[in-house]
Write a protein that binds this ligand. Structure first.
Ligand code: SF4
Length: 412
């Protein structure tokens, strides 16, 4: 904690942890009193021993107007605290506790439960460390108790990992959730494992209403490169066919736009369209596509997978146009992982219908050497974004992206 302590002394601030239930919250005070809260997000709320995510996220809530120096100091404080908490996380192989994460989805906040950290793939930009501990069954059951109180009868719980399908406990966990009244699930998966007969139907019977399938390339070699795996492409395609042949549930193909797939996005969409047409079970337009971007953790871990969005924009536009022509439904560019709307030719078609929380977004100035990012954390936009008609419905880009590529691709 030495860097944090030094900073507090330098600034004349004090830091304390707010007791009581709810997310772990730190309060920062100066001689006039408490002026800021730092709230732990993304699965870390119960304390360092419950860590699932590889990086901590502290949401900053200022209680009064802050000058630039204070904001920079708070960013530094937040970063130091994150490093401290990260050093206290369990080592690989240890048992860890399940925590629910709340993520900005395209229709509101999604509650997401990671049931395992194990995975049969190794996507370079993945933000979940595959071998970091085992999530205990007891803690998953305890989390389901809490979720059963939070979720309404029509709400869906997002089940994720790791790869949930590699966890043999998955059917029992879904049944256990159902017994508590949670009856609808969105399954985030790479779908490898759904190629076997009856696998899809079994999950649908257990309440899976939507399959959110990561399928980042239609080219086997690129697929292997992105997913750090060998020979799983045919299984993934077979699984997609099975999914597209059934009905009574939704299917979204999640395509993380990156350095290795962006040039062929349009062909990727044509491939998906052909696949959907070859399967008789689905109505036209019922396959959805979500174009997403690598998050800050992934970009920090694997910057080589990042792509300058200014360069990727024409390929994204072409891919969206193919979707429109071929009857693939493009999901709104409106969730935490969404690409900025200004990359599109007709952004209003894909904008969120509601304002998104902007508390993690900083507006930064640019000079000829690039955006001024010193001390900035979270997500960033250009100052000119304030003039953008989509400002309230856009979360900009992760600061890690801006450090790699600048912000010149964002144009109101
Ligand atoms: S607010 Fe900025 S980043 Fe977002 S769509 Fe507008 S110009 Fe692009």
């Amino acid at each position: 904690m030495t860097p944090v302590r030094d900073l507090l002394v330098r600034k004349g601030w004090t830091l304390s942890r707010r007791p009581g239930p709810g997310p772990m919250t730190f309060v920062v005070s100066d001689k006039s009193g408490v002026f800021c809260e730092l709230i732990l997000e993304a699965g870390e709320a119960a304390g360092a021993s419950a860590s699932v995510m590889p990086a901590f996220r502290l949401r900053l809530r200022s209680l009064r107007k802050l000058d630039q120096a204070s904001r920079a100091g708070l960013a530094e404080l937040s970063s130091g605290l994150c490093q401290f908490l990260d050093s206290r996380r369990p080592k690989a192989g240890k048992e860890i506790l399940a925590r629910t994460e709340a993520h900005e989805g395209y229709q509101g906040f999604d509650l997401l439960l990671r049931t395992t950290l194990a995975c049969n793939q190794r996507c370079a930009f993945c933000c979940v460390p595959p071998s970091r501990g085992r999530i205990t069954r007891e803690s998953l059951e305890a989390e389901l108790d809490v979720l059963a109180r939070r979720l309404g009868p029509k709400d869906a719980l997002t089940v994720s990992g790791g790869e949930p399908l590699v966890d043999p406990r998955l059917p029992e966990l879904l049944a256990s959730a159902r017994a508590r009244g949670i009856r609808r699930f969105v399954l985030q998966t790479n779908a490898v494992g759904l190629d076997k007969p009856g696998a899809v139907e079994r999950l649908v019977r257990l309440g899976v209403k939507h399959f959110f399938v990561s399928f980042h390339s239609h080219q086997p070699k690129v697929y292997d490169r992105i997913t750090g795996s060998r020979g799983l492409f045919p299984k993934a395609v077979k699984a997609l066919k099975r999914l597209l042949s059934g009905s009574g549930y939704g299917v979204t193909c999640n395509v993380v736009v990156n350095a290795w797939n962006h040039r062929a996005l349009a062909d990727h969409m044509r491939f998906l369209s052909r696949l959907a047409r070859s399967c008789k079970g689905r109505a036209k337009g019922s396959l959805e596509v979500y174009f997403s971007m690598i998050n800050g953790v992934g970009l920090a871990k694997a910057p080589e997978t990042g792509v300058d969005l200014a360069r990727a924009a024409p390929f994204i536009q072409e891919a969206v146009a193919v979707c429109e022509d071929e009857g693939l439904k493009v999901q709104p560019f409106a969730a935490e992982a969404a690409l900025p709307l200004c990359l599109l030719e007709r952004p209003s078609r894909y904008a969120a219908h509601r304002a998104l929380g902007q508390d993690r977004v900083s507006y930064v100035e640019e000079d000829p050497s690039g955006p001024r990012l010193s001390g900035v954390i979270g997500r960033v936009k250009r100052l000119s974004c304030r003039e953008c008609c989509f400002d309230s419905r856009c979360l900009g880009v992760p600061v890690e992206y801006a450090r790699l590529f600048g912000l010149s691709g964002l144009e109101p």
